[in-house]
Ligand binder design. Structure first.
Ligand SMILES: *Cc1c(COP(=O)(O)O)cnc(C)c1O
Length: 400
């Protein structure tokens, strides 16, 4: 599955964020320290003036105050830029903060946004509580040009999507959406948490802004919250930078340090989770209760061809549509012993989420109103053990 581009990333990630050599001893720690500081001290005013002047060029990443982050932050920004093929990465305290940063930076009063109806749920909450109050309206739509075209308004400014979508891993045709966005003068913004820059690179497929919740696969150990907004055009870089500064986004150096450490093993963890997930798919596909599997790397998934065309790998996310009642599906979840019951994904451990049917009503891609849906994050446990756990839990559900 590894292409030459992922091989380059594998090597880069092992060398990202190395500390500089001490000019006297010629030595350096292998692991960059967590540079915790609330402000920056200058040798003299000339040095401070030089740092202030350098701020006009974003490439120089000049820092005069702690909020901007020092070497540890610069290392993680470089990780995100290299993964995503971006010229700028701006960090936030969570994935959701990164989403709200991008929206608030790029939208103004009176603007209209087309939003794919498969997006991460809290995006709808952002609209309800914040964007609507600012006179920004959203229309949720299937993410195909025909449906989007019908919903265009003269004030439409942005197309906001997520590929693959959060609950059903619905693959979107990003190059086609990019063409649509260009034709209608819209900014195309995508949530790339699934790919996290390693297996899917939206900016190279024509997307303007890519957002990643580093909380998931980048951190990879379920021990930090972090988000990032990536762009690759000077004008967008500047707008996003200025708004990030004005809104006061800042991340603890310790969390940034953990994210850099996590990123080193991103390729290994994603590959192992992806291999385990395919084994789980293979087992589930033989069970009579299973109506359909949602996992783009699975050959029966409707998005498989797009996945083959646009992605260089997969991960541990899959959903399973079950011909079970809500009571049976809930009994199945309760019977699992290796899958933790909880939200989130991208960590080392397996998780299961019983997807409330109400959450799915806004998703056009969901055609299973009479069935139950479970979302699994397949982690790094032995696939054999995970399959045995699923088998006994399915048997428990069948007895209900
Ligand atoms: C988790 C998640 C987010 C939000 O990230 P947080 O760090 O939890 O705020 C955004 N998008 C997707 C697709 C996610 O899975």
């Amino acid at each position: 599955m590894s292409s030459s581009s992922t091989q380059k990333l594998d090597t880069f990630l092992q060398h990202a964020g190395l500390a500089d050599f001490d000019p006297v001893t010629g030595a350096a720690p292998v692991a960059l320290p967590s540079v915790r500081t609330s402000t920056v001290r200058f040798k003299n005013l000339a040095a401070l003036d030089k740092a202030q002047a350098a701020k006009s060029d974003l490439r120089l990443r000049s820092t005069t105050y702690g909020r901007g982050g020092m070497q540890t932050h610069a290392a993680l920004e470089q990780v995100f830029c290299t993964l995503e093929g971006a010229t700028q990465a701006l960090l936030s305290s969570s994935g959701m903060a990164a989403i709200s940063h991008a929206m608030l930076a790029l939208l103004s009063q009176g603007d209209h946004v087309l939003v794919s109806d498969n997006v991460y749920g809290p995006v709808r909450y952002l609209e309800k509580t914040v964007l609507s109050r600012m006179g920004i309206t959203c229309t949720y739509s299937p993410a195909c040009p025909d449906a989007l075209r019908e919903r265009l308004r003269p004030t439409t400014r942005m197309l906001y999507v997520e590929s693959p979508g959060s609950l059903l891993m619905e693959m979107l045709d990003l190059p086609l959406l990019a063409q649509f966005a260009r034709e209608h003068n819209l900014l195309l913004v995508t949530d790339n948490t699934w790919g996290s820059g390693y297996i899917y690179r939206p900016l190279e497929l024509g997307v303007d802004v890519s957002i990643v919740a580093g909380t998931k696969y980048i951190g990879g150990h379920s021990d930090l919250m972090l988000g990032a907004v990536m762009s690759a055009e000077p004008e967008l870089d500047r707008i996003l930078f200025d708004n990030h500064y004005a809104l006061g986004h800042s991340v603890s150096a310790d969390d940034v340090w953990l994210a850099v450490r996590g990123a080193r093993t991103l390729p290994l963890r994603m590959r192992e989770s992806a291999a385990n997930a395919l084994q789980v798919c293979d087992f589930l596909s033989r069970r009579l209760e299973v109506v359909r599997l949602f996992h783009p790397a699975w050959s029966q998934d409707p998005g498989h061809a797009l996945w083959q065309r646009d992605c260089t790998g997969s991960n541990g996310m899959l959903s399973v549509q079950l011909n079970l009642s809500a009571v049976q599906a809930r009994a199945l979840v309760d019977a699992l012993t290796l899958f933790g019951i909880g939200y989130s994904w991208g960590g080392f451990e397996s998780l299961v989420q019983y997807v409330d049917p109400g959450v799915l009503t806004g998703h056009t891609y969901w055609q299973g109103a009479q069935h139950s849906l479970l979302r699994l994050h397949v982690g790094l446990e032995s696939a054999t053990d995970l399959i045995a756990d699923l088998q006994q839990a399915l048997d428990v559900a069948a007895r209900h």
